[in-house]
Design a protein around this ligand. Structure first.
Ligand code: GDP
Length: 653
């Protein structure tokens, strides 16, 4: 039936005009105060008013009564008992308060830092993370970096673009263009990066092309690229992976230089590429925009000098600086166990200078540098800022993306590593805190989040545009929607990695997620939300931004079966004969899905579950059964049917 605007206004204690305005802000069109609202809309508005009211009274009473919070710090990770001791309260009181906040935790439970911060406030404390020895050391390093003595450092460049557009060929040609200036004529080594000398200075190229390496480094918190070269084949133009690469670079806020390759081909259409770039908000300089584009041919070795020149020009604008006199720190870009030399890692020095005999902590391992080699396989004694070097002497093989820094001696290194291993072990016990749509409001409110980053994948271009436009209008005063990548196609591993790197939520519209990708998303705790109705997407995002999103619905898998054949039971109708592949079918399962060729076709419930002709409550693994679905009869052989239990999980703190 619903409720009329004036009735609801009265109930909420506001004027009808105010309410109409509020509804219009939410794009709910009402004609006037006599318009009827459906119950769902009314409920949303009630919530909104209640939330606003609650907030107002909360801030008021907070101001009036509460004394300022007392600062304390605690070393992460910690359990309930340790936190209680810090807060100077009994563990039972803490457990009770946590339960009140819907966090069920025992004495030895390791808590998320955010939880501690929230519960701390309840007891009058402002809980901060205690700095680890490593934090202190790195802060000291940084402090030294800030001191005078900063000098220009070479830019670090990554090539990205669509497959076969010529990234590898370009990297090759660029590298070889440099051989003539090398006197030694040594054999180049693949160490993951190389440097090129030009008249105007050095450029360092990471030679694992593609955005996978770039994004997985970023996902680990390692942003080492200063400039991205987007390679586009002139005969092929902008392709899906080009768009992906551009968005990855944009999200990382790394400047882009475009190399239009294969200009030697008769089919080369530079105008088309320029036009496509303009559509992607990368209007070329030739067209009055700001994006530097260089026409090259890896095959005919044309335009390479100009490309290097443009990179250096862009680098000048960036004013890349580092202090070569500090102790070195940087990042591992490749690592291996080599037969003769033991653990070997290519490191990119980001600041300071690395010397032979330096002692390093690197990820979970450490060691004294026995020897170093450059990308020509030549032994070197030192490596300054931006320089890639192969390092020998670590006790174990570090991981790509591990940070390294120089410490005073091996004793200190060993001590730091032991602590770090323990920390990492403990951290694994705490779930990683990725963002879900449910947590957005809380984070925005706490000022931790200014943008809600979304990755949008749809089945067709039309809905991509419709969704992007509608979502971008949903900004509130606390938080803005930012679509970092939008593309037609299924949710891919690369989308998940981008979401990890940028803390984004993935929205899939009429698209699927391969099992492997789903697994990675779950592992990385990325919120991948699939929808079939535009309104629902907009609504969910809007509600989450306003803190009104319903509790998370968690689906618990119960069983999976395959349809063998369809048959008719007299007096009943069509029934699908299935075999249970995994788990069981429950007649009362909350949710049943039907998949055909990995596409989801149906969502609903069982309307019947039979063994032979008898109705049954459940059917176990390996058994055959007959099923019918509620309001759906178009079942075919080989369809896959899955059923789930639905649990509502309260919104996280
Ligand atoms: P990647 O997948 O982006 O690394 O592309 P590759 O460097 O492997 O190049 C793909 C194909 O394009 C290879 O067959 C190259 O020989 C060819 N190719 C690369 N650059 C050029 C170019 O400038 N002109 C022409 N005609 N072919 C090129």
């Amino acid at each position: 039936m619903g409720v009329r605007v004036y009735e609801l206004a009265k109930e909420l204690g506001c004027s009808s005009r105010e309410l109409v305005q509020r509804l219009q802000e939410r794009h709910i069109l009402v004609k006037g105060h006599m318009s009827a609202l459906d119950e769902e809309t009314a409920e949303i508005i009630r919530h909104e008013f209640a939330a606003k009211k609650g907030k107002a009274t909360k801030t008021k009473s907070h101001k009036e009564q509460k004394p300022p919070l007392k600062k304390i710090s605690i070393a992460f990770p910690f359990n309930v008992r340790e936190l209680a001791a810090k807060l100077k309260i009994g563990p039972a009181d803490l457990i009770a308060k946590l339960a009140h906040m819907k966090v069920m935790a025992g004495l030895n439970e390791i808590l998320e830092f955010e939880t501690a911060r929230c519960v701390g406030i309840e007891f009058g404390f402002d809980v901060e993370k205690e700095l680890t020895d490593e934090d202190v050391l790195l802060a000291k390093h940084r402090g030294e970096d800030d001191k005078a003595g900063k000098e220009h450092r070479p830019p670090v460049v990554t090539l990205m673009g669509h497959v076969d557009h010529g990234k590898t060929s370009l990297l090759d040609v660029i590298r070889k263009s440099n051989i003539t200036v090398k006197e030694s004529g040594g054999i180049t080594q693949h160490i993951g990066a190389y440097q090129v000398d030009t008249d105007r200075g050095k450029v360092v190229f990471l030679d694992t092309p593609g955005h996978e390496a770039f994004t997985s480094m970023r996902a680990r918190g390692a942003n080492i690229t200063d400039i991205v070269i987007i390679v586009i084949a002139a005969d092929d133009g902008v392709m899906p992976q080009t768009v992906e690469a551009i968005n990855h670079a944009k999200d990382a806020r790394v400047p882009i230089v475009v190399a239009i390759n294969k200009i030697d081909l008769p089919g080369a259409d530079i105008d088309k590429v320029n036009r496509q770039l303009a559509e992607l908000e990368l209007t070329p300089e030739d067209w009055g925009g700001k994006t530097i584009t260089v026409k090259v041919s890896a095959k005919e070795k044309k335009g390479i000098d100009q490309l290097l020149e443009m990179i250096l020009l862009e680098a000048e604008l960036l004013e890349l600086k580092a202090n070569p006199k500090s102790p070195a720190r940087g990042m591992v870009i490749e690592s291996k166990l080599s037969k003769g030399s033991g653990p070997t890692a290519t490191m990119l020095v980001q600041n300071g200078t690395l010397h032979i005999q330096d002692v390093l902590v690197c990820g979970k391992t450490y060691g004294k540098i026995r020897a170093m080699a450059n990308d020509w396989g030549e032994r070197i004694q030192d490596a300054g800022p931006s320089i890639p070097v192969e390092v020998y002497g670590l006790s174990e093989v570090p991981q790509v993306g591990d940070a390294f820094y120089v410490v005073a001696d091996e004793k200190k290194a060993k001590e730091l590593c032991a602590k770090k291993s323990e920390e990492l072990r403990q951290k694994r016990l705490v779930p990683a805190q990725r963002m879900s749509l449910e947590q957005i409001f809380q984070k925005a409110k706490e000022g931790e989040l200014k943008d809600l980053k979304l990755i949008i994948k749809t089945d067709v271009q039309g809905s991509l545009e419709a969704l992007t436009t509608s979502l971008e209008q949903l900004n509130t005063k606390d938080i803005a929607v930012k679509i970092i990548h939008a593309q037609v196609g299924n949710v891919s591993e690369s989308d998940v990695m981008l979401a990890v790197a940028s803390n984004a939520v993935i929205i899939g519209f009429h698209v699927g997620v391969e099992a492997k990708v789903k697994e990675i998303a779950e592992q990385k705790q990325i919120d991948v939300r699939l929808y079939r109705i535009i309104y629902e997407v907009i609504n969910d995002v809007r509600l989450s931004m306003e803190g009104l999103l319903e509790p998370t619905i968690k689906e618990i898998f119960i069983g999976k079966g395959k349809v063998l054949q369809m048959f008719n039971i007299s007096g009943f109708g069509a029934i699908a004969g299935c075999v249970l592949i995994k788990g069981k079918f429950l007649r009362t399962a909350d949710l049943v899905r039907l998949f055909r060729n990995e596409q989801r076709i149906y969502e609903g419930k069982f309307s019947s579950l039979k063994r032979y002709k008898d109705d049954v409550k459940e059917v176990g693994e390996g058994l055959e059964c007959g099923i019918a679905l509620d309001k759906f009869s178009n079942i075919e052989s080989n369809d896959i049917i899955e059923c789930y239990r639905i649990e509502k999980v309260a919104r996280k703190l």
